[in-house]
Design a protein around this ligand. Structure first.
Ligand code: HEM
Length: 196
């Protein structure tokens, strides 16, 4: 796909270099990495909750609801891009001045007990589930439908083709990225469950 974009630039001259770089950056970071982390975190959550995994595998029509819960529970993109305060204001006891930078923490919103009953629990049947994993307002993620479609296909394929997988290491040994912006699993060792 990136080669096609480059060729467009060479022959059609429709994307200049700046636009081409911006598009590739968008596809790889905003689009690819985020979705990879969602699939890994969703796989981990299912392996850790075998009863819920079993229900999902028996009825893939529940995938949409399930993926929303994976997004809420792990919140791959933890904060929005920076926002700037337009006017002096008080916000829950904090004085904010015009021009101050704020970073709304989406992961905290997704664990808000005023919004979600037992937010610490992974519940594939959670409804309603108005999580903010894709942000909100005019900057809501442009790729959310693509991300959900990719995760849905990947999870169905993984658990249909390999129904007997399990974690190959204790869950405490799974390494997570240290960046604040993205919640990422660095590696997810799995194995086919030994017979018997
Ligand atoms: C699990 C996957 C994904 C997650 C969790 C995610 C999350 C987010 C979040 C939280 C925002 C809002 C940022 C803000 O308000 O400052 C956002 C914006 C955006 N996302 Fe995604 N994203 C995902 C996948 C994708 C994909 C697949 C694409 C495109 C291929 C994409 C393209 C964009 C774009 C273009 C914006 C900017 C929208 C704007 O500012 O108007 N995202 N995403």
């Amino acid at each position: 796909m990136i080669s096609d974009l480059v060729r467009t630039e060479q022959y059609g001259n429709e994307l200049n270099e700046e636009e081409l770089l911006a598009t590739v950056f968008l596809l790889l970071l905003a689009g690819h990495e985020t979705t990879v982390h969602l699939i890994a975190a969703g796989t981990l959550a299912l392996l850790r909750h075998p009863t819920q995994k079993k229900q999902l595998v028996q009825d893939w029509s529940r995938t949409g609801t399930a993926i929303d819960e994976m997004l809420r529970y792990n919140c791959t993109v933890q904060t929005t891009e920076p926002r700037y305060v337009a006017n002096d204001m008080d916000f829950h006891g904090n004085h904010l001045r015009r021009g101050d930078t704020v970073m709304p923490f989406l992961a905290a919103a997704n664990a808000d007990p005023m919004q979600f009953e037992h937010p610490e629990l992974f519940d594939l049947n959670r409804r309603p589930n108005q999580h903010l994993a894709f942000g909100s307002g005019i900057h809501t993620c442009l790729g959310l439908r693509l991300a959900k479609a990719e995760a849905s296909t990947a999870l169905q394929q993984i658990f249909t083709r390999f129904p007997d997988i399990e974690l190959a290491v204790p869950v405490t040994n799974i390494a997570w990225g240290e960046g604040v912006g993205t919640r990422s699993i660095l590696g997810l060792p799995i194995r086919i469950r030994p017979a018997g």
